[in-house]
Design a protein around this ligand. Sequence first.
Ligand SMILES: Cc1cc2nc3c(=O)[nH]c(=O)nc-3n(C[C@H](O)[C@H](O)[C@H](O)COP(=O)(O)OP(=O)(O)OC[C@H]3O[C@@H](n4cnc5c(N)ncnc54)[C@H](O)[C@@H]3O)c2cc1C
Length: 447
Amino acid sequence: MTRTVGILGGGIAGLTLAALLAARGHAVTVYEQDRAGGKLRREQAGGLRFDTGPSLFTFPDVWHAVLNRLHEPDPLDLRPLPGALGVHHTPHGPVPLPVPPRHALFPHWQRYVQAAHPLRAHLTTLLTTPPRLNDPAFLRASAALLRVTGPHASAAAWLRARTLPPALEHALATHALNAGLSPADAPALYALIPALVGDRVYRPAGGMGALLDALRGFGEARGVTLREGVGVRALTGSTLTLDGGEVCRHDLTVSAIDPARLARLRGNSPRPGPRTVSGVALYAALPAPAALPATSVLPPESFRSFRAALRVGALPETTLALVHADGPRLAVLLTAPPTGRSLTADHPWVRAQLRRVERTLNVPGLLDCALDTFTLTPAHYARGGHPGGAIYGAALPAWRGGPLHPQPYRLSPTLWQVGTGVHPGGGLPAILGGALIVDRLLREAGW
Ligand SMILES: Cc1cc2nc3c(=O)[nH]c(=O)nc-3n(C[C@H](O)[C@H](O)[C@H](O)COP(=O)(O)OP(=O)(O)OC[C@H]3O[C@@H](n4cnc5c(N)ncnc54)[C@H](O)[C@@H]3O)c2cc1C
């Protein structure tokens, strides 16, 4: 018997799960208040197309696991990104990650990679397997993680114990921000990310938007109904009330929106607490390709003062800036506190951070000569996601951030959740892996 599923939110998580559930015979409708894609949007500026949001495609084996479950060939044509994780401009000097042979830091990098090595074979399992103590594959992967991280709770503590040269330690600590947390708050696993990713950093040949096209296509081919521009205003039991008052009922509802938003739709107040970081993303169409590597990373000068500022919602004196140059397209992503503020390009703090980027990369006036720009601010991320614009939602306490996290997926027998803010981590691998986990748990629960 065909059963109906309503999915709230048409971001990457909602679209992935929609395709997986439709592939198993469910009649799936996705309700998206805006355009499908969520943080991954296709925009135009200066005659160029920009794909906003995710820029680095990592852990492709998780994507391949999605394709395997859908019995689809890979439509993405993933291309290695030159320079992989990019040059990290630390206060102690520039560090390319991965560190190439013949670089003075290479022996230390090798020692670091060896420390993380036992986890490599288990990472896809960790990202795609329900966290259950009766699953041998999951237990083996968790044991490997615990052996590598040892007694160190945070990324900062794990790195300190390695006694690495300060430049390398600073560059590696920057990747704690992949959890949306500063290194002293992020689980130790995030200190291992550069070792685990290595040089396997990709982008689809057609840009990140190709991922969106692929997921839409997989859904369409399996009969998914995607209702764009249709927000869900309330959820009571299995009844969805849409903007405009239309009422819909489904046998199963899955939320692919931020848990704090879902709480509000259900008439509850989300619990305030620590949140992951938000951002200011500036996209610029340049008159000519910038003389920059594909990826440059400017970490905060001091993680201590960066953390202190974020904890009180203040603007850090120097923040993490990621700079992606792709021909005449330039993207500058600045980490900002999750206060839901509209920090546009003319804000003094944003201007100061952009000047720091130009100074450090030795490209004075680069942004002034842009033909066109647009900026996405914490206020933008708050409109579709966490109310403060926290990119990965509420920060998970350490005991929930690791592999043995309790399962937050099933809220009631007919209401489940997936996506950012639900899985530890929050980038595409966690989102895609989370959709696989929820699909499997739903199947086991008889859906
Ligand atoms: C600047 C930036 C850079 C990033 N870089 C990377 C990267 O390099 N690599 C990487 O892997 N990841 C990266 N990420 C993270 C990645 O983009 C996200 O993890 C992913 O896109 C989240 O997908 P999602 O579907 O969980 O959530 P979202 O994209 O937030 O989707 C949720 C959707 O729900 C909709 N919605 C909300 N409320 C309602 C409602 N009431 N009714 C109907 N619809 C609703 C929203 O409009 C939205 O479309 C980055 C994110 C940002 C912002």
